[in-house]
Design a protein around this ligand. Structure first.
Ligand SMILES: CC(C)(COP(=O)(O)OP(=O)(O)OC[C@H]1O[C@@H](n2cnc3c(N)ncnc32)[C@H](O)[C@@H]1OP(=O)(O)O)[C@@H](O)C(=O)NCCC(=O)NCCS
Length: 330
């Protein structure tokens, strides 16, 4: 079995990654949006924030059998690698997953990335596989969906109005696309608040967010399409960014939206800013993206506070995920 790196210009390789991703999606998580050649190409070119990682197609003598993504960052956590591993459902339980994992762990060793995490859906089979390979479950995550058509009339307005009197020291600013230059440093500082989200037993250092990383993230997202929406809460007295929330709308499947970060800086908590920001996002998206059907989000299952806000805003559980970790020997 060979791990073959697929580049964005390799249309046949991209098509194989799309085929395997969609075959797995149908079996593991049919509620997820479809992968397309365009979305895959954008992932390979830009990743989440300009560090796209390695997209490796697993090929045997009988053809491609799986796909593994290796994500690393130069901004922080120099020993860390995030893996996403998929085996084509048609050929599972033939040892391919094990062969791919062992081969990609060698790739991690060569990169000197000895702190390895792997994500999957919460599932007994996945758990058996991961523990057989020396991984430990360190976090349970939750995928939720906000079905916009099913929201009771006036709910977003009601939750917005309820939060507003608690947030008198703040004003909201809606930003479609790139953040203005004069806000980027303050936004970078506030973005680091995401490090306060619960990690359960996940052993990682804090993420670093210099302004250039915020820009790289915006560029990577806007390269896909224009549906990138951020609302920031500004503290009136200091001008600090107290919190923010981001939603991206899929350019090819515009009924699908994806919630990115929502965070409120510690010093500004207790003013219902989380609720205010997220309720205002619903109000805004209804105006500018009227075709949008739902917004999906990931949280640590233990993040009771964020999940509480989300549930009030109509988010309902779709499925749970598991995060595994293994430290490779030197
Ligand atoms: C998890 C996954 C990668 C396993 O791929 P695979 O090619 O079927 O794995 P292998 O054939 O190498 O399995 C090795 C061992 O893991 C365990 N295992 C794997 N899948 C299992 C399942 N569904 N139920 C129970 N045990 C399972 C078994 O012990 C198996 O050995 P056996 O078949 O001799 O009993 C694959 O099911 C998949 O792509 N799942 C969706 C994506 C995912 O969750 N990835 C994250 C992995 S951490």
């Amino acid at each position: 079995m060979e791990l073959r790196e697929i580049t964005a210009d390799d249309a046949d390789g991209v098509a194989e990654l799309v085929r395997i991703t969609n075959a797995a999606r149908l079996v593991d998580a049919p509620f997820e949006p479809e992968a397309t050649p365009y979305s895959m190409e954008m992932g390979i070119r830009h990743g989440w924030d300009g560090e796209p990682g390695l997209h490796l197609l697993a090929v045997t003598a009988d053809g491609p059998v799986g796909f593994v993504l290796v994500n690393t960052t130069e901004y922080d956590n120099p020993d860390l690698a995030w893996l996403g591993l998929l085996v084509d459902p048609a050929v599972r339980r033939h040892g391919h997953g094990s062969a791919i994992l062992e081969a990609v762990l060698d790739v991690c060793r060569e990169m000197d990335r000895l702190n390895v995490t792997a994500e999957g859906w919460y599932d007994d089979g996945v758990h058996a596989f991961a523990t057989a390979h020396g991984f430990r479950r360190v976090m349970v995550s939750a995928r939720r969906r906000q079905d916009l058509a099913a929201l009771p009339d006036g709910l977003a307005e009601e939750l917005y109005a309820e939060a507003l009197p608690h947030a008198g020291d703040y004003e909201l600013m809606r930003i479609h696309g790139r953040t203005p230059d004069d806000l980027i440093e303050r936004l970078a500082t506030a973005t680091a608040a995401i490090n306060d989200a619960p990690l359960d037993d996940l052993d990682v250092e804090d993420d670093e967010f210099p302004p250039e990383r915020i820009r790289a993230y915006e560029e990577a997202q806007l390269a896909r399409g224009p549906g990138f929406y951020r609302i920031v809460a500004l503290h009136r007295d200091s001008g600090e960014v107290a919190g923010h929330t981001v939603v991206a709308v899929d350019p090819e499947q515009p009924t699908h939206g994806e919630q990115h970060d929502t965070s409120v800086v510690t010093a500004h908590r207790g003013h219902r800013l989380g609720q205010l920001l997220k309720a205002d996002m619903v109000r805004w998206l209804r105006e500018v993206e009227p075709q949008l059907g739902h917004v999906d989000t990931w949280n640590a299952a233990s993040n009771g506070h964020m999940i509480g806000v989300n549930e009030r805003l109509g988010y309902r559980l779709l499925a749970q995920g598991s995060l595994y970790q293994r430290r490779l020997e030197d």
